[in-house]
Design a protein around this ligand. Structure first.
Ligand code: PGA
Length: 252
């Protein structure tokens, strides 16, 4: 049995007071949900405040990125050593980082290795563009992202993979649940080849891209989809609680 995950990716939104306010509105209700693992990924500057606010709850935190080096002359960067203790997870390889900040699979690979070295659990994001999907290249692209992104990384059940088709992110055009399940099954089979079947069966693989309260069941009701990475809808307390609640109840 894989425990379902709901991860909130706030992206570059919320000031510290806003982050504080958003978590305060949700934490008691989220903490009552016992069948899901909940991860809040605010901007770096709010991690510390939120970690404090969540003390005594089962809600975890994640960073949205990090640099691969431990410390040094890398102006503006945040290292895994700095994140240790502030979060359990770190999102790596998000398509917005790949697109706006030219992160390629080799960079993502270095970051994953580094995160694991510092006991941070990576949430590796992979996904194809619309053109790639339309030219039937989805499997090829995902395979390559996994081969390169996980190069020389040993079996690790703590890794979470988020399948986020680029055309579904922030567009309101979520993938079809059936199709997402087929793709996620493909990812799981690929991980069985890359690592082994036991690990691949234990890995949580999430769907992300325009997840909302009115389509969440379409995803979490599928056998290979183990939860969701939520962007826009995670910034509204009521909506995020609604999504989390539906996943929590679905499992019972
Ligand atoms: P979205 O973003 O839910 O706003 O589509 C998802 C993500 O980018 O993680």
């Amino acid at each position: 049995m894989r425990t379902p995950v709901i991860a909130a990716n706030w992206k570059m939104n919320t000031t510290i007071p806003e982050a504080n306010n958003l978590v305060s509105q949700m934490k008691y209700k989220l903490n009552l949900m016992e069948n899901i693992e909940i991860i809040i990924c605010p901007p770096f500057i709010s991690l510390s405040v939120i970690k404090e606010l969540l003390k005594g709850t089962s809600i975890e935190t994640g960073a949205q990125n990090m640099y691969s080096e431990k410390e040094g002359a890398y102006t503006g960067e945040i290292s895994p050593q700095m994140l240790r203790g502030l979060c359990e997870y770190v999102i790596l390889g998000h398509s917005e980082r790949r697109f706006y900040f030219s992160e390629n699979d080799d960079i993502v690979n270095k970051k994953i290795k580094s995160a694991l070295m510092y006991d941070l659990k990576p949430i590796l994001c992979i996904g194809e563009s619309l053109i790639e999907k339309e030219s039937n290249k989805t499997e090829e692209i995902l395979s390559e992202q996994l081969d390169k992104g996980l190069h020389e990384i040993a079996n690790n059940k703590d890794l979470i993979i988020a399948y986020e088709p680029l055309w579904a992110i922030g567009t309101g055009m979520a993938a079809n649940g059936e199709e997402a399940n087929i793709t996620i099954k493909f990812i799981r089979d690929k991980m069985a080849q890359l690592w082994n079947k036991t690990t691949s069966d234990a890995l949580r693989i999430l769907y992300g891209g325009s997840v909302k309260s009115n389509n969440i069941i379409e995803f979490v009701s599928k056998p290979d989809i183990d939860g969701v990475l939520v962007g826009g809808a995670s910034l509204k307390a009521k909506e995020f609680l609604n999504i989390a609640n539906q996943i929590d109840n679905y499992q019972q």
